[in-house]
Design a protein around this ligand. Sequence first.
Ligand code: PGA
Length: 252
Amino acid sequence: MRKKIVAGNWKMNNDFNQAISLVNELKRMDTFKDVSVMISPAFPFLKTALDLLENSNIEVISQNVHQNQKGAFTGEISVEMLKSIGVNKTIIGHSERRAYFNENDSVLLEKVTLALSNNLDVIFCFGEELLDRKSNNHFQVVKNQLQNTVLNLDKHLWSKIVLAYEPVWAIGTGETATPEQAQEMHEFIRKCILESYDKTTSENVSILYGGSVKPSNANEIFIKKDVDGGLIGGASLDAKDFHLIIKANSSL
Ligand code: PGA
């Protein structure tokens, strides 16, 4: 059975004190047993967040990781570094990494492969741009992104993968895909996985929606049958909003 997940991507926001108070605020809030909660602070704060959340059920994950094991890659962070402080999951392929840091499908496949072979689980992001949708090309673009990356992986690795469909036109724009648009794409994604693997694999993978999810629209999106939760940017920086979004994904 796939999991319901709400993950907060803090991006390049919060200084140390702000990060600590947000973590502490989240720690004090009620939990919902049927929703896995994750937060992704910036690299310098990961260890502190892990320590503060040690006995909680909020998981601390990374926003990115490098595709090489180690070496002369100034400014980069390796799988081993993350694992050595206790991080067990990373986001890979966020549209901002693709757009501003030229991460293409082949680099992303290298990243995913290295992470998974070292037991660093992955939230893999992908999604079409506005032009793709306007030209009615969005399904093909998404299929290509998947075929060039995660659909090349061995079937047994799929238990370590969560997908995050994030239409680029909806990220940080205040514009959200309609629940119907999200559902139709998530269903299509499951079909792509079914074609490459089997029903169990396609039914067991959690597929998150990302792009301007907020307390006011979370429930109508999460209630759709192929949407298992969300990857939340802006609204994850506010503890109350993030908590309402987690609650919106719970059936308890
Ligand atoms: P947003 O970001 O919620 O601010 O649109 C989502 C994301 O980038 O993961």
